[in-house]
Design a protein around this ligand. Sequence first.
Ligand SMILES: Cc1cc2nc3c(=O)[nH]c(=O)nc-3n(C[C@H](O)[C@H](O)[C@H](O)COP(=O)(O)O)c2cc1C
Length: 283
Amino acid sequence: MIELFGMKFKNPVFIASGVFEFGLKYKRVSNRVGALFTKGITLKPRTGNPPPRIYETPCGLINTVGLENPGVKEFVKKILPRIKKLKTRIFVNVAGFTKQEFVQIVQEIGNRVDGFELNVSCPNVKEGGVQFGQDPQICGRIVTAVRKKTKLPVIVKLTANFCDPLITAKACVDAGADAIALINTLHAIKFDTTKKKPLIIGGLSGPAIRPFALYCVYRLKALKVPVIGGGGIVSARDAYEFILAGASAITLGSICFRDPYAPLKIIKELKKFMSEQKPRRLN
Ligand SMILES: Cc1cc2nc3c(=O)[nH]c(=O)nc-3n(C[C@H](O)[C@H](O)[C@H](O)COP(=O)(O)O)c2cc1C
């Protein structure tokens, strides 16, 4: 059992957004994890990008799913009543393309879930498509606007693409964020050498990004709110490293594609790890 921002979680192993959809397919796993971050929910339904959407690299995945989801109204009507029956904490990953969209999505969902994870990695359509997450001031404004509309926990999922997550994290915390989650996928590309053009341009996840993700978590160690760390975790030992770096909880993402039951093993082994080796701060 752990406690973050006054809320109890049965363990510190959470499922990252986008890899378990809404957690309904592998209920046995969803019911055992500390929390589940839903697939990103947008204001309007999205069909996502044409194939190829996922490419396997030697040490991870490049994905460009394009935020396929039913939109917030359909989510609230059809999916939410079903996922609320899961025995885990549910955080909705909110994907706005403008500040106002973040607010509208949060308002539509209201108090029906345990909290929100703001995905600030989306392109800001009002500012020429630059990722919100690269601009600390815009991130702060989004959090301030959402904070006014909900008393539920607000976690901000940061990008580490071309920016220092410590600066954006501080802006989000100053604006009232309850926790920071990181990292989201990193920019990546794969070329089709026959056609001499990109095969896929998307976000890199999996073990390839783990050392960088770990560094980002460590960089936030002085932050006054909990950090939920993830990126390339495939074992309890990896998870424990994130805890040593300062994470209060960890997320499992791409590993769930290879083995959807991996979270069960990691929960069990991490518990053993932590009881055998008391975590201590490294600094
Ligand atoms: C197929 C796929 C879809 C994803 N969809 C989302 C999403 O909708 N919202 C979000 O914030 N992150 C999304 N992510 C990012 C993951 O939640 C996670 O932050 C990232 O994959 C790094 O963790 P990992 O290396 O353990 O996979 C997605 C990742 C993958 C692989």
